[in-house]
Design a binder for this molecule. Structure first.
Ligand SMILES: Cc1cc2nc3c(=O)[nH]c(=O)nc-3n(C[C@H](O)[C@H](O)[C@H](O)COP(=O)(O)OP(=O)(O)OC[C@H]3O[C@@H](n4cnc5c(N)ncnc54)[C@H](O)[C@@H]3O)c2cc1C
Length: 399
């Protein structure tokens, strides 16, 4: 029985079978928070933690706590080290927390939203199985390939950043003891010219945080020209070139062999040993996206459906959480749905643009091609000290 005045809302986050190219549960580490000592400056990720806490979610064992970041040169010598207490968690840990708290009656798996129609008094969602649902508003939180954005902003498509990421999750138990002692409990970087190799610990399967049972997440960003190298990487053994990403089992052996050979040539000995442990790598071309608007009458888009940040600020989840919180606040403040969504848009557009711009600055040196301005950014953000200090921190939002 819907409470008087309660709004009917459709929130597109149906786990659709079609979205199987890269299942977010694999190989995804998240930076959760900096320790209280940095609360005053950083604070943003902790705000997301605070949001989870206010939702009554158990966040005590959210992830792996680390204190220090390291950078190794090509010879494996320490070139940079900073104290940066943080908790690192995995995508599925955050997903599970939220999913288990969401009323199952309202979570529909395998039903894709096909299109939306709006009328003066409501919005109609048309699903791939032919069903339709009417509501007061529709929220498109349907990710980087958003069906809702494609309908509301057909001209806005994800912009390829000029580089892609090899990613993998490695079992802690597979680590050689020497490499484990030197690297496992740290966020570690290797910076071959124009590239970034990054590794850090996350929880094991089923959020197992016991030493010996955790996993190590690696991300290796490498330039890939859009017209040549990227097409080669996204072409499978049958000669089919995939768009946006390629399912891991279809990545060609030559592409993986090249990655492994380059690791032996370019990376520190410790990282070479880690790359040799990779069983099934994931290849993720990096895109970003900004939207000029996020409110369209009774329809709103948020999270990656509206703004996609390159991963260097690690703000994707907290940005989506802040969008959702601003939407709730606007709907609680404004009784007219369309005006409430405009209020939400005004509240979030400036910060989301800043997050995307910051990530572009931090990733400029990884691009296959650069403009003059991007070369200047690359100079500022590609030093060992800058990369170690600036990656996955949101202080810039409060500077
Ligand atoms: C390499 C890499 C590393 C990253 N690292 C971090 C990190 O460390 N920290 C961080 O915070 N973020 C990180 N991110 C970004 C983060 O994953 C995203 O920002 C975040 O998942 C966005 O959440 P979302 O809910 O907006 O979209 P998504 O998580 O993409 O969810 C969209 C949902 O919509 C569903 N859907 C899609 N189309 C339809 C449809 N038509 N009908 C119904 N349902 C649909 C999908 O099945 C999916 O469940 C990283 C991203 C990449 C690529």
């Amino acid at each position: 029985m819907r409470a008087p005045g309660a709004r009917r809302m459709i929130h597109t986050r149906v786990r659709s079978v079609s979205d199987s190219s890269v299942e977010p549960t694999q190989g995804f580490g998240f930076f959760a928070s900096r320790s209280n000592s940095a609360m005053s400056s950083a604070g943003h990720c902790d705000l997301s933690i605070e949001r989870l806490r206010r939702l009554g979610l158990a966040i005590d064992s959210l992830g792996v706590a680390i204190t220090t970041r390291k950078c190794l040169d090509a010879g494996g010598r320490l070139s940079e080290q900073v104290e940066c207490p943080q908790v690192l968690t995995a995508w599925e840990r955050v997903y599970r927390l939220l999913r288990d708290a969401f009323p199952p009656a309202h979570y529909h798996r395998g039903r894709g939203l096909a299109r939306v129609t709006q009328a003066a008094r409501g919005v109609l969602a048309h699903f791939s199985d032919g069903a339709t649902v009417e509501a007061d508003l529709l929220v498109g939180a349907d990710g980087i390939r958003s069906t809702v954005r494609q309908q509301c902003l057909p001209e806005m498509t994800p912009r390829y950043a000029g580089y892609s990421a090899w990613r993998a999750l490695i079992a802690e138990g597979a680590f050689p003891s020497e490499v484990h002692r030197e690297l496992f409990e740290f966020m570690s970087f290797g910076l071959p010219p124009g590239e970034q190799f990054l590794g850090y610990p996350v929880a094991g399967p089923d959020n197992d945080l016991r030493p010996g049972h955790r996993r190590y997440n690696i991300v290796w960003y490498r330039p890939a020209d859009e017209k040549t190298k990227l097409q080669w990487l996204l072409t499978d053994a049958r000669g089919t070139t995939h768009s946006i990403s390629i399912p891991p089992p279809l990545i060609r052996h030559e592409a993986i062999a090249e990655m492994r050979a380059d690791a032996e040539r370019l990376l520190a000995p410790q990282f070479r040993q880690i790359v040799r442990l990779i069983e099934e790598p994931i290849l993720q071309p990096i895109y970003d996206l900004t939207s000029p608007r996020t409110a369209f009458g009774r329809v709103a888009i948020l999270g990656d459906a509206a703004f996609v940040a390159r991963p260097h600020v690690a703000a994707g989840v907290s940005k989506a959480a802040d969008d959702a919180a601003a939407l709730v606040e606007a709907l609680q403040t404004e009784s007219d749905v369309a005006r409430a969504l405009q209020r939400f848009e005004a509240a979030r557009l400036p910060e989301n643009h800043r997050i995307i711009e910051r990530a572009r600055h931090l990733g400029a040196y990884l691009q296959a091609t650069q403009t003059g301005e991007e070369r200047a950014r690359a100079g500022r953000h590609s030093t060992d000290a800058a990369v170690v200090a600036e990656t996955a921190v949101l202080d810039f939002l409060y500077a």
